[in-house]
Design a protein around this ligand. Structure first.
Ligand code: IN0
Length: 421
C-alpha cells in the first residue's frame, strides 16, 4: 500500500520501476548452470538487490571477478559484523581470510539469513575464485589481506578522531575502491587512477552508510557498533547513544549535519575519478552508487528521522537513477540537483552552516563548470506531483496489466522448468 501511495505521488516513477522489475526477472533467469557460479550469482542477487543488476551489465570476465570480489567482501564483513563472535576467535579469521580463498574446504558458520548461507556454503565462492584469471585473483587476495588486517585492528580500537574515522573507512571501503580500480585495469578497459581518488570513492559511500545506519548500528544486539568519531559527536553529547533520545533532538541534528559536512569532502575526488572512466558499463557501475550516496545525504541532512527509524531514498527514485545514469553529464546533473536540495536545507543557526555551504558551493561550481547542466531535464527536484485524474486511471490500468502479466508468467515458468527436467 505504501508503494502504491508513493507511485500516486510520483507517477513518473512507474515506468523505471517496471523496467527495473523486468530487468531483475531477466537477470534471475540468466543464472549460470555450473553449481558454484549459480550459487555466486544467486547470492549476489540476494545480498545486493538492485546493485546486482548493475554488476550484471559488466563484460563477462570482469563481471565474474567483481561478483566474487563483492561476495568475498560481504563474507569478510559478515565476520566483522557478527557481534556474537569472541574477539580471540574473530581476529585470526579476519587476518587469515585471504588465505582461505585458496582452500575449497574452508568455511566458518556465522551471520544470519542469506549471510549465513553465504558463510556455510563459502566453498562455492572459493571454487569460483580459483577459476578467475591470475591478475584478478591477485587483486582480490591483496585487498582481502589488507582489509582483514585493518578490520582486526579496529576490533580492539574505537573510532576516536576524524583521522581514525578516515582510516577505518579506508580499510572497509577505500580499499574496495583500490581493488576495483585494479580489476578494471586488469580487464584492459581502464587506466589505473591515483589511489587517493579510488580511496575517496569508497569513503564517500561508506561515510554515507555510517550516517544513515546510526540507529541500526547503535541498537545492534548483543553489542552496539559505533563508527561515528568521538571528535565529532563529543561536541554535542556525552555518549553517542544520547543522540537517539528525544530531549537531545537539536544537538542530534547538529551532529548529523556535522557528519554530512565531513562526508562532502570526498565528492571532488569522486567526480574526478568518474570523469576519467572510459568504459560505459564500468562508468554506470561506479556512478550509480555515488548518485545514491549524495541523494541519501540530501535526505538525511537536518532530518531527525535518522535517529528514529530507516531513512532511505524511495525505490522509484533509485529505479530512475539506475535507468537514467549513462554519462558524466548525468552525474554532474544529479550531484548539482542533490547539492542544491541539500543547500536549501542548511539553516544559518546550524554551527557548521558556513562550512557546509562552502563545501556545497565547491561541488555546485564543479558541476556548473562541466558545461553540461543546461542539456538536461532534472527529475529529482520537483515540488508538486504532476498528475490528474486521467493519469491516475492510466496508472491503475498499467498496474492491473502488470499484475496480470506477473501472475500469468509464474505458472508458465514452473511448467517450463518441469518440462526441462
Ligand atoms: C561496492 C560499492 C562500489 C561500487 C562501485 C564503485 C566503487 C568504488 C569504490 C568503492 C566502492 C564501490 O558499491 C556498493 C553498493 C551497494 O552494495 N549497494 C546496496 C545498497 C545498500 O544499501 O547496501 C544494494 O543493495 O544495492 C557498496 O555499497 N559497497 C561495495 C562493496 C563491494 C564492492 Cl565490489 C563495491 C560497500 C562499501 C562498504 C561502500 C564499499
Amino acid at each position: 500500500m505504501g508503494s502504491l501511495r508513493a507511485i500516486l505521488k510520483h507517477p513518473d516513477d512507474l515506468y523505471p520501476l517496471v523496467k527495473l522489475k523486468i530487468a531483475a526477472r531477466h537477470a534471475e533467469k540468466q543464472i549460470p548452470p555450473e553449481p558454484h557460479w549459480g550459487f555466486c550469482y544467486t547470492m549476489l542477487h540476494k545480498v545486493s538487490r538492485s546493485f546486482a543488476l548493475v554488476i550484471q551489465q559488466l563484460d563477462t570476465d570482469l563481471r565474474d571477478a567483481v561478483c566474487i570480489f563483492y561476495l568475498v567482501l560481504r563474507a569478510l564483513d559478515t565476520v566483522e559484523d557478527d557481534t556474537s563472535i569472541a574477539t580471540d576467535v574473530k581476529v585470526p579469521i579476519l587476518m587469515a581470510f585471504h588465505r582461505h580463498l585458496y582452500d575449497r574446504e574452508w568455511h566458518f558458520s556465522c551471520g544470519a539469513k542469506e549471510y549465513k548461507v553465504l558463510m556455510d556454503e563459502f566453498h562455492h565462492v572459493s571454487t569460483a575464485f580459483l577459476e578467475l584469471e591470475r591478475s584478478y585473483q591477485e587483486a582480490i587476495e591483496d585487498i582481502t589481506m589488507r582489509m582483514g588486517a585493518g578490520m582486526a585492528k579496529f576490533i580492539c580500537k574505537e573510532v576516536e578522531t576524524t583521522d581514525d574515522y578516515d582510516e577505518y573507512c579506508h580499510y572497509v571501503a577505500g580499499l574496495v575502491g583500490l581493488g576495483l580500480s585494479k580489476l578494471f585495469h586488469a580487464s584492459g578497459k581502464e587506466d589505473l587512477p591515483p589511489d587517493t581518488l579510488s580511496n575517496s570513492m569508497g569513503l564517500f559511500l561508506q561515510k554515507t552508510n555510517i550516517i544513515r545506519d546510526y540507529l541500526e548500528d547503535i541498537n545492534e544486539i548483543p553489542k552496539s557498533r559505533m563508527f561515528w568519531p568521538r571528535q565529532i559527536w563529543s561536541k554535542y553529547v556525552n555518549k553517542l547513544e544520547d543522540l537517539k533520545y528525544e530531549e537531545n533532538s537539536v544537538k542530534a541534528v547538529q551532529c548529523l549535519n556535522d557528519m554530512v559536512t565531513n562526508a562532502l569532502i570526498h565528492v571532488e575526488d569522486s567526480l574526478k575519478y568518474m570523469s576519467a572512466l572510459r568504459d560505459p558499463a564500468i562508468f554506470r557501475f561506479c556512478a550509480i552508487p555515488q548518485i545514491m550516496a549524495i541523494g541519501t545525504l540530501a535526505l538525511c541532512y537536518n532530518n531527525i528521522q535518522v535517529f528514529r527509524g530507516v531513512v532511505k531514498m524511495r525505490r522509484g527514485l533509485t529505479a530512475k537513477v539506475i535507468d537514467r545514469t549513462k554519462t558524466m553529464s548525468d552525474v554532474y546533473g544529479d550531484f548539482y540537483d542533490f547539492s542544491r536540495l541539500l543547500k536549501s536545507k542548511v539553516d544559518d543557526s546550524d554551527p557548521n552552516a558556513k562550512i557546509t555551504k562552502e563545501r556545497l558551493e565547491t561541488i555546485l561550481k564543479i558541476c556548473r563548470n562541466s558545461g553540461s547542466l543546461n542539456k538536461r531535464k532534472s527529475y529529482i527536484i520537483r515540488s508538486e506531483p504532476r498528475y490528474n485524474s486521467t493519469m491516475i486511471v492510466i496508472i491503475f490500468i498499467i498496474l492491473a496489466i502488470l499484475l496480470a502479466y506477473l501472475s500469468a508468467t509464474r505458472p508458465r515458468l514452473v511448467l517450463w522448468k518441469s518440462l526441462c527436467h
